[in-house]
Design a protein around this ligand. Sequence first.
Ligand code: BG6
Ligand code: MG
Length: 219
Amino acid sequence: MPRIEAFIFDLDGVITDTAEYHYLAWKQLADEEGYPFTREDNEQLRGVSRRESLNRLLKGAPISEETAQAYMERKNQYYQRYLKQITPANALPNVPEFLRAARLAGVKLGLGSASRNAVDVLQRLELMTAFDAVGDGYSVVNPKPAPDLFVWVAGRLGVNPAHAVVFEDAEAGIDAALGGGFWTVGIGAEHNVHRAHLIAPTGLAELDVIRLIQHFQAL
Ligand code: BG6
Ligand code: MG
């Protein structure tokens, strides 16, 4: 019977929805450089690193390393312009309440995001202090689906992965968490998160902290 001591959350798609801003920023770059890129293509970028996102956008088109770096820098500038619009109202439904209830229940709270903009986004959401540990795109070398980031956050929380639940909306994130030996809750479209132990299609809005802990502790 696992004792649940920590929750670790992905950011984009779980705490807030920045996928549209990523799409608009990559789309601007793709249009300017003449690469075809659709909203459907953008779904393949969910949860993967900036570098891997560029690789998927290019679909094998060859470019120099210098150009790749310049493209990523430009996309990030476009993306950061959109981030300026974020306010606490951009947290997904029930997120602040869920985090508060978890803390009251004595659960440690971590964030594990592939994004190098995660701290900026958390500050704009006014949720920085809701977390006991924040891992972002600077914390580890190997991005999701490697388990490294979640393992790093669990280490900062002082919790064994077998006693922690990861909340993720992306296939790469669920695979990362499973690879690290965490319990998993898949958020959103089932085809992305079908390997999760539990699926919550509408996110934290449909979850109750105490019932969730009881669910995993009864396994
Ligand atoms: C993840 C997003 O959280 O962060 C990905 O789901 C994104 O779409 C990745 O590519 C990296 O983000 P950033 O902000 O470092 O470019
Ligand atoms: Mg995500």
